[in-house]
Structure formats: C-alpha cells, structure tokens
Design a protein around this ligand. Structure first.
Ligand code: ADP
Ligand code: MG
Length: 309
C-alpha cells in the first residue's frame, strides 16, 4: 500500500519524571516518512530526541501518542509484523556478558522466531569480522567488537529496515570503515538504512535523505542534494562607487539593494561562479569599490537550524 519504509505521524513522547523530576517532553509531534531503499540520516544535537525516536521504532520505548507504521504495518495493530521488519543497533552497549558472539546471535534469532534452517550466524560473524571470536565470551571483547556484535544482532532476522543509533560515535577509523562498508553492501542488497549521527560529514557521505531534529521537533527534512543546495547558498556584498540605479540580473542570482546602498547578491556556488556574479554586477553599470563574500558552511546552517529556543 505504502512505499514508505517508515511513516511517523504526530509522534509524541513525554518521559515521566522520576523521584520528583519534572516530566520531559522528548518528542513534540514528529511527522516523518522514510522512503524504502534509502539511506536516511537522522541528525540532531545531543538530547534532540534521536534515540527516543529510534527506541520507539524498535519497540524499546513506548510512545505517548501518535502513529508509527513500519513497512506498511501499524505498530499498534500489527506489533509482530512491524517488529519483524526492523532491526536496531542501539547506542548503548547492552550485551549479556555470558554469551559468546555466536550464542548471542542464536539467542537473538530465537527471540525473533527465525527457524534454525534460516539462520545465518556464520555469515553475520564473517560480515562483522568476528569469526575468530565466535566462541569468546562477550565480556572479553573490546568495545569495538561489542559494537560489531550489536550490528550482527540487528541482522539475524534479515530485517527490511536496519537502524543504527550513533554507530560511529567514539569508534576508531577501522571500525567506522567496516560499518560503512556493511551499510553500503546491505543497502545495495535492498535494505533500507536509518542512521543517527551528529557528524555532518558522515551524513553527507553516507545518506541520500536527511532529517534534522532538535528539541523533539523536525526542523528540516529533504534529500541530501536539496539540503546541500540550501547549505550552498552564498552571499556577495558589493559596495558600489556610485548609487545604484539598475540591479544586476543573472540566472540563479538574487539581487537586493540594502539601505546602506550596498548590493546583496545571493547565489549557489555549485551553480553560479563568483565570476558570473561579478560580470552581472559590471553589466549593470556598477563600479565596485569593495566586495566580499559570505558563505554558510554546513556547521553554521546546522547550528542555525538547531539553535532556536
Ligand atoms: P538524543 O539521542 O538525540 O541525544 P534522547 O532521545 O536520548 O536524545 O533524549 C531526548 C531527551 O529526553 C533528553 O532531554 C533526555 O535527557 C531525555 N530522556 C531520554 N531518555 C530518558 C528517560 N529514560 N527518562 C527521562 N528522560 C529521558
Ligand atoms: Mg542518542
């Protein structure tokens, strides 16, 4: 019916305060849809509500209100099917220290009702580079190895949607590369991927769709290309020698006369070169006394989007 991997409507979560703490409204009415087959990046600063959102998808946190549909299955009406469609690698390292990696995968497969004949523990161990640790106890694994095992556990039931919550926060380069290699491979095989990160460059490299959340609200939702296009906006400020009569005109350039007599020119540096903008300025008969460009970098725009309130 729906082509969305995930559809979220009016999702709210208020954590009730414990021991006299005030209640915390972590999600304030989220609407978000994530297309099938995409690598979707959920970005936001610490405390934005990313893990709350993901843990609701995973069925680990109960929502206060709203509707969540996973692979076409309403989470409340079809809890079993919706749960089977998604695998989550959580942010917290919550592994039972008494299991070996192979044991942990088998237990997880059992929890999801995967028949023995359909289990693929050995392939998973190979994929996450834990083949030679298959029989080691989890408590003897390094932090990086535990993270790999968490990824493996998320895959036992071959979910349609794989969710990774801050998979690369604090991990070394080698593990990061292994994670991204696997993400690319699984996505190429048709798995929809959702990942949270606060590394903008990572989202830029990995994701084709991006949502930015802050303080429990979606503040931006677009394809990466459109979002980068928005981030790509540059402003050139020209101080003319004489008062301006005609504003410069060129495709892809928005010109505006400022109160102080300067001309502001907005353009996208991926589409229009600074030289073209300057040519338009000269063509309008303006002699330039002084010129400077201002450029929003990714960080600035992200901050601008997430700093309200
Ligand atoms: P993020 O993953 O984006 O850093 P979280 O979803 O972890 O954000 O947290 C969102 C907000 O909800 C934060 O203010 C956090 O302190 C609060 N929060 C998260 N979990 C709980 C909880 N179990 N009880 C109370 N407040 C919580
Ligand atoms: Mg988090």
């Amino acid at each position: 019916m729906t082509q969305d991997a995930i559809r979220i409507e009016g999702l709210r979560k208020t954590y009730l305060g414990q021991k006299g703490a005030p209640p915390k409204e972590a999600l304030k009415g989220i609407d978000l849809s994530i297309p099938r087959g995409s690598v979707f990046g959920l970005l936001g600063p610490n405390g934005a509500g990313k893990s709350t959102l993901i843990n609701i998808l995973a069925g680990l946190v109960t929502k206060t209100s709203g509707k969540v549909t996973i692979w076409g299955f309403d989470q409340d009406a079809n809890p079993r099917q919706s749960r089977a469609a998604i695998g989550v690698m959580p942010q917290e390292l919550n592994l039972d220290p008494f299991f070996t990696p192979r044991g942990a995968l088998e237990v997880q497969a059992g929890l999801y009702g995967v028949p023995k004949a359909e289990r693929w523990s050995d392939e998973i161990l190979e994929m996450v580079g834990l083949t030679d640790k298959a029989q080691a106890y989890a408590r003897t694994l390094s932090g990086g190895m535990r993270r790999r095992l968490l990824l493996g556990k998320a895959l036992v039931h071959r979910p349609n949607v794989l969710v990774l919550d801050e998979p690369t926060a604090g991990v070394d380069i080698e593990l990061r590369q292994m994670l991204w290699e696997n993400v690319r491979k699984l996505n190429a095989q048709g798995m929809t991927i959702i990942l949270t990160t606060h590394y903008l460059e990572e989202a830029e490299e990995m994701c084709d769709e991006i949502g930015i959340i802050n303080q429990g609200e979606v503040v931006a939702r677009d394809s990466k290309d459109n979002l980068l296009g928005r981030l790509d906006a540059k402003t050139m400020v020209v101080h003319p020698d004489h008062p301006v009569t005609d504003l410069p005109a060129a495709p892809g350039v928005e010109a505006e006369l400022r109160d102080d007599g300067a001309v502001m020119l907005r353009y996208k540096s991926r589409q229009v070169s600074a030289e073209r903008v300057l040519a338009a300025v000269r063509a309008a008969g303006i002699t330039i006394r002084d010129v400077k460009t201002e450029e929003a970098d990714l960080e600035d725009v992200f901050l601008a989007l997430t700093s309200k309130g």
